[in-house]
Design a protein around this ligand. Structure first.
Ligand SMILES: Nc1ncnc2c1ncn2[C@@H]1O[C@H](COP(=O)(O)OP(=O)(O)O)[C@@H](O)[C@H]1O
Ligand SMILES: [Mg+2]
Length: 357
């Protein structure tokens, strides 16, 4: 941190406070800084650097500031990632199943895809993709997501055992979501799908804060009750400023094994009604498909395991619609963020890569 600058004719004196007395950037400030200043300003011929170190208080303030400002790269207007949150009013409507199949189908078409499981308490993504391995963590900070069916995944379920309870309050959920958005090495995929927890809780508000330009897809079942709950959830989402991209109706009908006829065990019309209310497209209807549940239990999305099944066909149609409403953004010319492997030894674990100001 710069404590003072004094200019006396051609002489500049700079007082610097290092984060710690033995800061490895010491020699950089002693040598490179004078050279830079002289190169920049012709009239300056002499640069004196006084090095001190920060007080504990100054250091705390600095670290606190950096932590609070951890940027969410997806929130940058120049980000090439289209973020789609998949949510519903209540659980059990097939939200996670839908999210996994959308991810798998997008990846199958050659899109780069990330799937973030924001259902912190009720996570189910690792089981649905059959991957419960722990991600690699570099330098205690950067999480390398696990992979399945050509897309990248992060879930609390990849960080803790499935049967371990996670007592968490609102602020901790907020922190988890922030960490998943900014500390995971997503590499700017074309699509980032977020499996939302049911309802309109803290995560919805956090999402609105972190990613105000994300889109939202609502999953609902055909019956009225589910539709009313879904409506409240969509209202909450539009309140925090997200764009409603469309509605997906799940468990729309059942197909008779023998005669192929459709029956409507959960009624009909809920998805269309919800879509009309918010003037957004009904992206598609997914029939009840019992084999799909069996495959989900064994970690296989229906679009991969049963591509000819009625449910897989429904997902193909939905992805057609979804990529029409939300086409991939053109890749910017922004340089890719590289894994900071070289920093590991050099940084000494003090995080000096942040302190070049
Ligand atoms: N279209 C469908 N046909 C048959 N089973 C389904 C269908 N959609 C979801 N399921 C099953 O319903 C259950 C709940 O789905 P899930 O995706 O976990 O819901 P949510 O994430 O909304 O809580 C799972 O057992 C899943 O396999
Ligand atoms: Mg779920």
């Amino acid at each position: 941190m710069v404590k003072g600058i004094e200019i006396t004719g051609p002489l500049v004196t700079i007082d610097l406070a290092l984060t710690i007395p033995g800061c490895p950037l010491k020699s950089f400030f002693q040598e490179a800084l004078p050279a830079r200043v002289k190169a920049e300003f012709e009239s300056i011929t002499d640069v004196k650097i006084n090095l001190g170190s920060m007080s504990e208080e100054e250091r705390q303030a600095l670290v606190g500031g950096i932590k609070q400002e951890t940027p969410v790269a997806f929130a940058d207007p120049s980000s090439a990632t289209t973020v789609i949150a998949v949510g519903s009013g209540k659980g059990g409507v097939g939200k996670s199943t839908v999210t996994v199949n959308l991810a798998a189908e997008l990846a199958r078409r050659g899109h780069s895809v990330g799937l973030l499981d924001a259902d912190i308490w009720g996570f189910s993504i690792p089981r649905l993709i059959g991957n419960t391995t722990m991600p690699t963590v570099i330098d205690k900070k950067l999480i390398v997501p696990v992979e399945a069916y050509g897309f990248k995944v992060i879930s609390v379920g990849n960080l803790v055992p499935e049967d371990q309870p996670i007592p968490m309050r609102g602020p901790m959920l907020h922190k988890f979501l922030q960490q998943f958005l900014s500390d995971v090495h997503w590499e700017e995929p074309e699509y980032l799908l977020i499996d939302m927890p049911p309802g309109t809780g803290d995560i919805t508000i956090s999402l609105g804060q972190f990613l105000p330009q994300a889109s939202f897809v609502s999953v609902t079942t055909p019956q009225q009750a589910a539709e009313k709950v879904a409506e409240r959830a969509v209202h909450a989402i539009s309140k925090v400023g997200l764009r409603i991209a469309g509605v997906i109706e799940n468990m729309s009908w059942s197909i008779c094994d023998q005669c192929g006829e459709r029956t409507y065990p959960f009624g009909s019309g809920g998805g269309k009604e919800l879509a009309d209310r918010f003037a957004v497209p009904l992206l598609g209807q997914i029939p009840l498909d019992p084999p799909m549940r069996d495959f989900a239990d064994h970690g296989k999305p229906t679009v991969i395991a049963l591509p000819d099944s009625p449910s897989a066909q429904a997902f193909v149609g939905i992805v057609d619609q979804l990529t029409g409403v939300l086409p991939p953004k053109p890749k910017g010319s922004k340089p890719r963020k590289m894994l900071p492997l070289i920093m590991q030894g050099a940084g000494d674990g003090h995080g000096h890569e942040h302190h070049h100001h």
